[in-house]
Design a protein around this ligand. Structure first.
Ligand code: G1P
Ligand code: ZN
Length: 529
């Protein structure tokens, strides 16, 4: 194999955010841009020679082209085997599982998650380590540092590899293995959930289902699991064909972008259960007939009911939530007498806790839920968890949620996003908040008295690392909270996120519209910034 060393220009903007390097496709298509970043990653890693690397992506525009480039750079840098999803496709949770299952050194996942795709959309690349989870901050910082001084990359002179045929081929000492994108993942799901019960509940019509794959990666996974394995009718699936531009959808499963599903679930024709996933399959939106379950509530409900699922029958070690996620799961943890950890936004912070066996379930308010089974959040896993719960409890989603609120109280919750804010303005808002938090404690605003106000700084109890500047928390005496932080995944200007929550123990008051129930806090939040 002939290996060339290419002299390249250095880029200074390759700083990975909350979840890998995400940029407009046009940025990634600049000369040597992708090549540089991949080389910067490999230069920052050690002892991977002759080991295996998993490669796959969500199928968006530039996915296949990028994979061909990565194959050649990985070959030149001495990997022993490349394990690639058929046609270059792997959902993020499936990639995580495959890294773990095959004991790979790591993996490269090509995705910009829920950001729109296509020629004018976004592209992204993320490195995952051998536990299957996103590289920790010390690694992503090292990638960025290396990229700023990089002058050469190595590339093997190889023909393009045929990605559609399953099997292994060897090119000298390098093995290239194309695997079925779905099979390993489906088998993992079968080992966690009661597929016999699910099959019976679906085939008898007790559970009817609508799943929206938003023209992104989960279509083939959903078809295999829900239709082929569990017997759901094919018309339970919507937008199940992955498209390079995601059919022009914004594949972010929430009430705005998955409004077709939401409209259905609030109509007379609603099935018993509705769900959607995002571009790369790690997010989930859960709905029942006439109800939308907030991700924060979903995490709490899964934790409270986990022992009903075969894979979690022996109970939970602990739980974790990202800082802005509501405190609903904290109440469950307290009742179960298990630890509950508060981590910064981003899945990478759960990895150490999962590896050290300190937690079994974790989640984020941003439609991400997951467990020990992989080191990424997992959309279809969450969907199967809910289906398994409905089948076991023989109750509707609405009844399960309302019973949960009756037992634990309701954490009424909302997130407001201010997108494409000019960066300098966003920075000014953050500086001003930093000043204000000094004086806020003990001040009273209407019925809200500030108990604490701080800038969240996380101390990882496993590796002792510290992650500072993770957003501002303002907590009130009555348990309410306002959180401010800047997004780390946006690609245009800055996105300011404001998270608002209020605890309501009184079940007579559980049916309020969150925007009305939170109105005073929303006003306060706007006043602060
Ligand atoms: C967003 C979410 C965060 C999630 C990340 C990747 O990041 O808020 O919870 O982990 O996407 O899916 P943000 O844009 O807020 O930095
Ligand atoms: Zn995603």
């Amino acid at each position: 194999m002939h290996i060339k060393t290419i002299l390249t220009q250095t880029y200074h903007d390759q700083n990975p955010g909350t979840s890998g390097l995400r940029k407009k496709v046009s940025v990634f298509k600049q000369v040597n841009y992708l090549e540089n970043f991949v080389q910067a990653i490999f230069d920052s890693l050690e002892n991977y020679q002759e080991k295996s690397l998993v490669i796959g992506g969500d199928g968006r525009y530039f996915n296949q082209e990028a994979i061909q480039i990565i194959i050649k750079i990985a070959a030149a840098n001495g990997f022993g085997e490349l394990i690639i999803g058929q046609n270059g496709l792997l959902s993020t949770p499936a990639a995580s599982h495959i890294i773990r299952k095959y004991g790979a050194f790591g993996g490269l996942i090509l995705s910009a998650s829920h950001n729109p795709a296509g020629e004018h959309g976004d592209f992204g690349i993320k490195y995952n380590i051998n536990n299957g989870g996103p590289a920790p901050e010390k690694d992503t910082l090292a990638f960025f540092e290396r990229s700023k001084t990089l002058e050469h990359y190595k590339i093997a002179e190889l023909p393009d590899i045929n990605l559609d045929e399953i099997g292994t081929q060897s090119i000298e000492a390098l093995k290239i293995t194309i695997i079925d994108s779905v099979a390993d993942y489906a088998e993992l799901m079968q080992s966690i959930f009661d597929f016999d019960l699910l099959k019976q509940s679906i085939q008898s019509g007790y559970i009817t289902l609508a799943f929206d794959a938003m023209s992104a990666i989960t279509g083939p996974y959903a078809k295999h699991i829900f239709v082929d394995m569990l017997g759901a009718p094919i018309d339970s699936l919507n937008n199940a064909q992955p498209l390079e531009d995601f059919g022009g959808h914004h594949p972010d499963p929430n009430l705005i972008y998955a409004h077709e599903l939401a409209d259905l679930m609030f109509s007379d024709k609603a099935p018993t259960f509705g769900a959607a996933s995002d571009g790369d399959g790690d997010r989930n939106m859960i709905m029942g007939k006439g109800i939308f379950v907030t991700p924060s509530d979903s995490l709490a409900i899964l934790a409270a009911n986990a022992t009903l699922i075969p894979g979690y029958a022996s109970g939970l070690k602990g739980v974790a939530r990202s800082m802005p996620t509501s405190q609903a799961v904290d109440r469950v943890a307290k009742k179960l007498n298990i630890p509950c950890y508060e981590t910064p936004t981003g899945w990478k912070f759960f990895g150490n806790l999962l590896d050290a066996d300190k937690i079994t379930l974790c989640g984020e308010e941003s439609f991400g839920t997951g467990s020990q089974h992989v080191r990424e959040k997992d959309g279809l896993w969450a969907v199967l968890f809910w289906l398994n719960l409905i089948a076991r409890r023989r109750q509707s989603v609405l009844d399960i949620v309302e019973e949960h609120w009756q037992t634990f109280g309701r954490d009424i919750y909302s997130r407001h996003d201010y997108e494409a804010v000019e960066s300098s303005i966003a920075q000014e808002i953050m500086s001003s908040l930093r000043e204000q938090i000094q004086t806020l404690p003990h001040q009273t605003f209407g019925e809200y008295t500030v108990k604490y106000a701080d800038e969240f700084c996380y101390h990882d109890s496993v590796d002792g690392s510290t992650s500072a500047n993770q957003g501002f928390r303002i907590g009130f005496e009555n348990g309410s909270r306002i959180v401010f932080r800047l997004s780390g995944t946006g690609t245009v200007g800055a996105t300011l996120r404001i998270y608002i929550e209020r605890f309501e123990p009184d079940s007579e008051k559980h049916h309020q519209d969150p925007q009305i129930a939170l109105a005073q806090l929303i006003e306060l939040a706007e006043q602060f910034c």
